[in-house]
Design a protein around this ligand. Structure first.
Ligand code: ADP
Length: 424
């Protein structure tokens, strides 16, 4: 599925980018041709004007070309330009004199002409002619026809066409490769989220299957029990209640993760007194820690500090961390909750002296359904969602949650929250 989408993206990219590039190349090519022709015509015109200026006339009795005086000066002009032939005609359009390598074609008074001329059977030359009237005062003496070879200009255009013929397929090839790589980059996050979603669905189904199976078997066995036996169905019903509670908790957590996906309801975001929140959590967990034989330390040096956030969500995130600390710390250990106030942010630290988390697992503890030790957590009843929920809440508050841990020494979770943040 992803390969097909990647291929499609690459093809579309190549077609659109390639199309734009080819269009651009042809526009440049066309402009170059037009510009070359214009410059070519301008140079012929300038030369022809010079020839006109140096053309000599004599009056006998009407004005005529003085062919004898005119020739020597023309030799210079013709030799250093593209001009291959210069012809003088009289007012009756009869050829008077010609100079250079002149091809045979009919005379015309049209100013500009492009003439295809077959030099021999195999070669065809393109010639450009410019015809200018020669006047003496108001009197038309004759015409000057200048012919230039367009070979150089056509050779240059041929080279440009050859460059395009090779350049376009190469450019399309490179665009295709770039498109394929870019499509790969673009598909990466989509692929990752798809895989995450698939894993999440598989994990959630797996987690729900066990309690459903337990409920079913309890109900089925209960139905099979003899009608007079009161104790059996009660035990089964209690099992069903336990499993249903487990499922209900799991579904609540899953719904929570789905609902609060990176967004907070702006109406729930208020000024929250974080000191009050931590003190209330401290009170709750102090009793719990005592029951487990743990020491609970509360380190808050201020009496009040307000931040922008959702009280209930923050309570749940920090509560999950303290809950874990008490769950994964054997009796006799210490669980500490600390608040530090920085100029624009606050730091909340939950530290324990518990079993710790191996380095290899640290990168994954915030993943949904991730448990370091499945057997141990089954006993303590965790789903592997507590840290994922905590991280989602903190990120929705534009905060950051980090973890440091050493096996058998303890774990430290730290939450960094901006005091004033625009909630996502
Ligand atoms: P759970 O509901 O299983 O506790 P969490 O998402 O809260 O799920 O935690 C994920 C895993 O990270 C836990 O299963 C546990 O292995 C590990 N963990 C979390 N907090 C601690 C801690 N304070 N000490 C040791 N291990 C921890």
């Amino acid at each position: 599925m992803f390969d097909r989408s990647r291929r499609r993206l690459a093809v579309w990219f190549t077609l659109s980018m390639g199309g734009i590039l080819i269009l651009f190349a042809f526009t440049v090519y066309q402009r170059q041709i037009t510009e070359q022709k214009r410059e070519f015509d301008e140079s012929i015109y300038a030369r022809a004007k010079k020839i006109v200026d140096r053309t000599e006339y004599k009056q006998k009795p009407n004005w005529q070309l003085d062919t004898e005086k005119t020739f020597p000066t023309q030799a210079l002009i013709t030799a250093e330009s593209n001009i291959t032939c210069t012809r003088w005609y009289d007012a009756q359009k009869r050829l008077v004199k010609s100079f250079g390598q002149c091809s045979q074609f009919s005379f015309s008074t049209r100013q500009w002409r492009t003439i295809k001329h077959h030099e021999d059977q195999a070669h065809m030359a393109k010639l450009r002619t410019l015809t200018l009237p020669l006047t003496k005062g108001k009197f038309l003496v004759g015409y000057l026809e200048v012919t230039a070879s367009m070979t150089d200009i056509y050779n240059s255009q041929k080279r440009s066409r050859l460059f395009l013929a090779f350049g376009i397929p190469i450019t399309l090839g490179i665009t295709g490769i770039v498109g394929w790589l870019l499509a790969g980059f673009a598909m990466r996050p989509v692929k990752r989220s798809y895989e995450q979603l698939q894993r999440f669905t598989a994990d959630a189904s797996h987690e729900l299957r066990a309690p459903v199976a337990a409920i079913l078997s309890n109900a089925q066995v209960g139905l099979l029990a003899p009608t007079g036996d009161q104790a059996q169905p009660r035990q089964r019903l209690e099992n069903i209640v336990t499993q249903s509670k487990y499922m209900s908790d799991l579904i609540t957590n899953l719904l929570f993760l789905a609902r609060h996906q990176g967004q907070l309801n702006p109406q729930d975001v208020n000024k929250t007194n974080i000191v009050e929140l931590l003190n209330s959590l401290g009170e709750r967990y102090q009793t719990l820690a005592k029951e487990k034989g743990l020491e609970f330390e509360l380190d808050i040096s201020v009496t009040s500090k307000e931040i922008i956030g959702d009280y209930d969500l923050l309570q749940q995130a920090i509560g999950n961390l303290i809950d874990n600390a008490t769950k994964y710390t054997p009796s006799g250990g210490i669980v500490a909750l600390k608040l530090e106030i920085k100029p624009r942010r606050i730091l909340i630290t939950v530290q324990d002296t518990g079993i710790g988390i191996p380095q290899a697992d640290l990168a994954h503890v915030f993943d949904r359904f991730y448990r370091v030790d499945k057997t141990r957590t089954r006993q303590t009843g965790g789903f592997g969602l507590g840290l994922a929920i905590a991280q989602q809440i903190i990120q929705a508050h534009n905060g950051k949650i980090t973890v440091e841990s050493e096996v058998d020494k303890g774990t430290t979770f730290q939450i960094c929250l901006p005091v004033n943040s625009k909630i996502r």
